[in-house]
Design a protein around this ligand. Structure first.
Ligand code: F6P
Length: 363
């Protein structure tokens, strides 16, 4: 009788509960036990905050946002910030404690649901003797090895709906509305929502932008009688010829001095250069909250069921992946460590250009 542990790590993404539901129900069908580890790896550190998950606890949670297990992106057990007796915070490697607790609890394997950071930790634990299966999660879609991650479709849908709503207010006031979306160092959310929502300009990290070209595009619309515009800016977008110092809505923007979100920087520049009445907004964590779309829910259920199949096959050290039309698996090490950005031959990118959307760069 297998005893399977499952945890969710890093930023939450819609679909996490669907993975948990499918893992528990599939395992139950095999007469296996599933234990949920709370708050990423924390439940295996001091607190041993672990709950037995049976079908009654998880049935029909697939439509719930967030994660019933909780998550954290502050606790890498390999370099855990701990306060020493002098009151200073130092990083300590507490991974042995996690491994010991794992074995002491009689657990056989761990299904780690996470993005790049959490799956890297999972891979390190795999190397330390914990049999691990990874399940890819992130709204940013920046994980290699899988065509898409769950959470992404929901984030794009929320951003698209927001852009749709901005059209009417922007049009009524002849304004430029700049909307900053998440995505870390990848432009997937900005690209897909910007194209779907009819943005005039989309700025993504993969294509450094030139403010003059952004403004040219806006003024070109003006001449044609289209006196308003929506500009979608990925939080990790950077101007041509250098790094901008800004505070994004998340991680990508936190690397440097705080000056305001990149969306606001772009908005101020548009107002100054074109004289257009311009406003900006940051969508932020709205993009992660609430129910998953049907696509994400189904993908997450498929990922969860596949994780149990991989346990059965003994394919530890692998990550579940979407390779349409099927769900397959790839070695964990092939998925982690590189941020998957929008390739320049992306069909969506090409479509955007074909329908006249500008990326603030020469064609
Ligand atoms: O990786 C998901 C994500 O939402 C990014 O898009 C964003 O940069 C970051 O997490 C925000 O992190 P936090 O929730 O810690 O603010």
């Amino acid at each position: 009788r297998m005893r399977i542990a499952i945890n969710t790590g890093g930023g939450d993404a819609p679909g996490l509960n669907a993975v948990i539901e499918a893992v528990v129900l599939s395992a139950y069908n095999k007469n296996w036990e599933v234990y949920g580890i709370k708050q990423g790896y924390h439940g295996l550190l001091d607190t041993e905050d672990i709950i037995r998950l049976d079908p009654n606890k998880v049935r029909n949670i697939s439509n719930l946002g967030g994660t019933i297990l909780g998550t954290t992106n502050k606790g890498n057990p390999f370099e855990m910030p701990v306060e020493n007796i002098a009151g200073e915070v130092e990083k300590r490697d507490l991974s042995d404690r996690v491994v010991q607790n794992f074995h002491r609890l009689g657990l056989d394997c761990l299904i780690a649901v996470g993005g790049d950071g959490s799956l890297k930790i999972a891979h390190d634990f795999h190397k330390k003797g914990i049999p691990v299966i990874g399940v890819p999660k992130t709204i940013d879609n920046d994980l290699s090895g899988t065509v898409v991650t769950f959470g992404f479709d929901t984030a794009v849908s929320i951003a698209t709906e927001a852009i749709d709503r901005l059209h009417s207010t922007a049009k009524s006031h002849d304004r430029v509305l700049v909307v900053e979306v998440m995505g870390r160092n990848a432009g997937w959310i900005a690209l897909n929502s910007g194209v779907s929502g009819g943005a005039k300009v989309i700025l993504i990290p993969e294509i450094p932008f030139d403010m003059d070209l952004v403004c040219e595009k806006i003024m070109e619309g003006e001449v044609m009688g289209e006196r308003y515009a929506i500009v979608v800016v990925a939080e990790g977008a950077v101007p041509l010829g250098g790094r901008i110092v800004h505070k994004g809505s998340g991680e990508a923007g936190r690397q440097e001095v705080v000056l305001g979100g990149i969306g606001e920087v772009v908005a101020q520049s548009i107002a100054a250069k074109t004289g257009k009445d311009t406003r900006s907004l940051v969508l932020g964590h709205l993009q992660r909250g609430g129910s998953p779309t049907t696509f994400d829910r189904l993908l997450a259920l498929r990922f969860g069921a596949m994780a149990i199949r991989l346990v059965e096959e003994g394919k530890f050290g692998h990550m579940v992946a979407l390779a349409p039309p099927n769900v397959s698996s790839v070695p964990l090490e092939d998925a982690i460590g590189t941020s998957k950005q929008v390739p320049m031959d992306s069909d969506t990118l090409r479509t955007a250009k074909d329908i006249g959307i500008s990326f603030g760069a020469p064609e």
